[in-house]
Ligand binder design. Structure first.
Ligand code: COA
Length: 330
């Protein structure tokens, strides 16, 4: 029996917004005890964007608006808005209802998806599922982060990695040639202490102690994350390709979560795929968490690399730990 999904879907449009301010590795040398050489060789990141007062909902709105215009739709035609984020303006209200209001998407439902950096793939999968079931027709999926507000700028283990940005896709029902082949989502909650923002909610309500301990900032066991991802991701991606009934060679574009160049190169080597098949922009934007794959997808569509008919794999991993992948054609 075939596991291939074969759901007809169309990617109608994409959008992107990054804040203007560029923070280079050299700038960071003045903030923490680090060097451009260390960051470049360990991660591949050269610079990242930092929001100066813009909220996650502002970034999400701008990327979402561009995607709707690119799709040639009116905001009223969107029936669901999913925003993947780990740095919402507030826990509630969510970012998505604010975006719904700013867009004037009067017929849309709207909610946030929080699944670490994998929120992008979770949101995409839910959009595809809602479309495949007939529940939704036009879904706006956004990944948006202003991580710079929840990063500890005195912690060199984390502050050099992340950046701010937003990317969006409009996914639609109908037979335009595109197809969802596979969507797989996984989690391993036994590793939930690898990446966390410990305080400010139910488990550790805000107190003088949590502030003094810097518990309102992202904490990460970077090396544990690195080892976990290198262990699970290659065989997981083999499995997803198998479900899609596609060989690695048949995938035209590999869009990885833009966290670390060494992780991307490791997977490409293991699957014997050339580096040219991977869309890379972590050098320019760093790890924009749930936004990263949307930024990469948008860039590669707009510069003409990804074309109609191409088969694309999007994969991510993040806090939870969570990981996932989707394979579709345009
Ligand atoms: N500049 C200079 N040195 C740094 C540094 C920085 N910014 N950050 C850490 N170091 C030091 C460490 O203190 C350590 O020093 P020590 O050996 O004296 O203790 C040394 O570099 C090696 O640290 P380690 O954590 O083992 O390095 P690494 O090769 O694993 O690289 C990461 C660190 C974070 C780049 C890497 O582990 C990684 O990318 N992990 C995945 C993280 C990730 O993707 N997170 C997001 C998931 S969504």
């Amino acid at each position: 029996m075939s596991d291939r999904l074969g759901i007809p879907v169309r990617i109608l449009g994409t959008g992107k917004y990054v804040p203007e301010r560029v923070l280079s590795n050299f700038d960071l040398e003045k903030v923490v005890d680090t060097t451009d050489e260390w960051i470049t060789t360990r991660t591949g990141i050269k610079e990242r964007r930092i929001s100066e007062g813009e909220l996650t909902s502002d970034l999400a709105y701008k990327a979402g608006l561009e995607a709707i215009e690119d799709a040639g739709l009116k905001a009223e035609e969107i029936d669901m808005i999913l925003v993947a984020t780990n740095s919402p303006d507030t826990i509630f209200p969510g970012v998505a209802p604010k975006v719904q209001n700013l867009l004037g998407a009067v017929n849309a439902g709207a909610c946030d998806i929080q699944a670490g950096c994998t929120g992008c793939v979770y949101a995409l999968s839910m959009a595809f599922a809602g479309i495949g079931s007939g529940m939704w027709k036009n879904v706006l999926v956004i990944g948006a982060e202003v991580l710079s507000r929840i990063i500890d700028w005195s912690d060199r283990n984390t502050c050099v990695l992340f950046g701010d940005g937003a990317g969006a896709m409009v996914i639609s029902a109908g037979k335009g040639g595109g197809c969802l082949f596979a969507a797989e989502l996984r989690a391993d909650g036994s590793k939930s202490d690898f990446i966390k923002l410990p305080a400010g909610l139910v488990e550790r309500p805000a107190s003088h102690e949590t502030v003094d301990n810097r518990e309102h900032f992202v904490q990460m066991k970077g090396n544990e994350v690195f080892k976990f991802v290198n262990k699970v991701l290659p065989s997981f991606l083999d499995e997803v390709c198998e479900k899609a009934q596609l060989s690695s060679e048949e995938i035209d574009w590999w869009i990885f979560h833009q966290a670390n160049m060494r992780i991307i190169e490791g997977v490409l080597k293991r699957t014997k795929q050339p580096k040219e098949k991977a869309v890379i922009n972590l050098d320019k934007y760093g790890n924009t968490s749930a936004a990263s794959v949307f930024l990469a997808f948008h860039d590669a569509i707009k510069d003409g690399r990804i074309k109609k008919g191409d088969k694309v794999l999007i994969t991510s991993f993040g806090a939870g730990m969570t990981y996932g992948a989707v394979i579709f054609s345009l």
